[in-house]
Ligand binder design. Structure first.
Ligand SMILES: *[C@@H]1O[C@H](CO)[C@@H](O)[C@H](O)[C@H]1NC(C)=O
Ligand SMILES: *[C@@H]1O[C@H](CO)[C@@H](O)[C@H](O)[C@H]1NC(C)=O
Ligand SMILES: *[C@@H]1O[C@H](CO)[C@@H](O)[C@H](O)[C@H]1NC(C)=O
Ligand SMILES: *[C@@H]1O[C@H](CO)[C@@H](O)[C@H](O)[C@H]1NC(C)=O
Length: 412
């Protein structure tokens, strides 16, 4: 987020948020528990976050009819930090928009940030997953000490002073920070910056995983991918035959496949049946359904055909979040009194950028796994040759890290 401030009479204030993330590859899992609100757990937070993710996904798909990729966790974590900075109606709107009302307890104001902190600690134990937050502040701009401590304690935020008047220098400093955090995958998050900027909040998520069962690149072939009845593209299609967890959602007209990474993270692929319009399936995606898929997965031998793909997507969420009830934070009635005593600040911009690369191995080398083929049983096939959805989640917590939709894998 960038908070910008112009002379009082002008009242043009700006705040931008950028979040980025990265990944490569694909994923196994454990059943999840539903919310017990007396003593909320990170599983409860994951569940609420997932609902937020599905709501946000639907809004994004109303605006974009192409490939979609974003990190719901990065967005909800950033807004959880903003929640700490806000008060009054702004606070209530964010709480509701993030779907966190159920976890709010009046006598425990730090319960929600504590849950985010625990979730962060749990999912970042493995080196393949990293989440970081930074707050870049204009020199001499005072943010409230309570908030400073909360951002450091609960969100592990780095607080840095920046001379925003030196726009070129600030841009390269911030981009370098993001580039470091995303291990070189997002070299240039921002290209412009208003010299009147007050604050910029950045949340980064980085995931780099290798498949438990890597695809053999020798078997990758160009094959058709059917975008719709009229558009067919040739894409590099990977191949792997092994035992996988999968299931059919007959009511939805789709099937599900889990591709596990080595790091306790999995990719779940949702493939609409041939002839079923993906926009119909789109509308049926809910967190309840997601949980029912992972509970009903069964191990079967499968021939998997899956395209390699790469996507880089950017969203200006200030156009979308007001549709989810987060209105005042972007308006002149923003109540950010816990951020600073100065009045007249609002969030002007929320940038989200997400990058993904899916290939045979992942970006780190993985030992080739022997493929056990029993000659007498013919495996079924799971051929991802038409628009599909995918979800990348942390198994121990069921935390949804990333989600997306691929309409055309040849576009990035
Ligand atoms: C912010 O919200 C608090 C709590 O409702 C209220 O006391 C305060 O007047 C509000 N401030 C602004 C600037 O709206
Ligand atoms: C980026 O990483 C390099 C090398 O580790 C370090 O010297 C530099 O200070 C970092 N830059 C920022 C902005 O964090
Ligand atoms: C791919 O083919 C090359 C050449 O035939 C062979 O040396 C290599 O081991 C194969 N790779 C795998 C993973 O099977
Ligand atoms: C992570 O969270 C899961 C689910 O709550 C729990 O079973 C596991 O013990 C946690 N791991 C650590 C190291 O906190």
């Amino acid at each position: 987020m960038v908070v910008q401030r112009k002379p009082q009479n002008m009242m043009v204030h700006k705040m931008t948020m950028g979040f980025m993330l990265i990944l490569s590859c694909l994923g196994f899992l454990a059943p999840v528990r539903q919310a017990h609100l007396q003593s909320a757990t990170i599983a409860d937070l994951s569940f609420q976050n997932m609902d937020f993710a599905m709501n946000l996904y639907k809004k994004i798909s109303n605006y974009h009819d192409e490939n979609i990729f974003f990190s719901p966790l990065s967005i909800s974590t950033s807004f959880a930090a903003l929640l700490m900075a806000s008060d009054g109606d702004t606070y209530k709107e964010i709480l509701k928009g993030l779907n966190l009302e159920k976890l709010e307890q009046a006598d425990q104001p730090e319960l929600i940030p504590t849950l985010f902190q625990r979730l962060h600690e749990n999912i970042t134990q493995d080196e393949s997953l990293d989440q970081g937050m930074a707050l870049f502040m204009r020199q001499q701009f005072e943010i409230e000490n309570v908030l400073k401590d909360q951002l450091k304690t609960f969100f592990y935020a780095d607080l840095k002073s920046v001379d925003f008047a030196d726009t070129k220098g600030s841009i390269s400093f911030i981009n370098e920070f993001i580039n470091n955090k995303t291990r070189g995958k997002v070299p240039e998050m921002i290209s412009t910056l208003d010299a009147a900027t007050y604050l910029m909040l950045i949340d980064t998520i980085f995931f780099q995983g290798s498949w438990q069962k890597p695809f053999n690149p020798n078997f990758t072939r160009n094959a058709p991918f059917y975008i719709d009845n009229y558009n067919i593209v040739q894409v590099p299609m990977m191949f792997l035959e092994d035992k996988f967890y999968s299931m059919k959602d007959i009511q939805l007209g789709a099937k599900v496949l889990k591709l596990p990474y080595q790091e306790g993270v999995s990719m779940l692929i949702l493939l609409p049946n041939a002839g079923v319009d993906y926009t119909v399936v789109d509308d049926g995606i809910t967190s309840q359904r997601f949980l029912s898929w992972i509970q009903k997965l069964q191990k079967t031998k499968l021939e998997v055909h899956m395209p390699k793909f790469k996507m880089e997507e950017s969203y200006s969420l200030q156009n979308i979040l007001p549709d989810m009830g987060m209105i005042s934070i972007f308006s002149n009635s923003a109540n950010l009194t816990k951020l600073t005593k100065k009045v007249g600040l609002k969030v002007s911009e929320v940038l989200h950028k997400a990058v993904i690369e899916v290939d045979e191995i992942g970006t780190t080398a993985a030992a080739a796994t022997a493929i056990g083929i029993t000659p007498y049983s013919l495996p079924r096939t799971f051929t991802v040759n038409r628009p599909f959805f995918f979800f990348i989640y942390h198994e121990a917590t069921n935390c949804l890290l990333f989600m997306g939709r691929v309409i055309d894998p040849s576009k990035n």
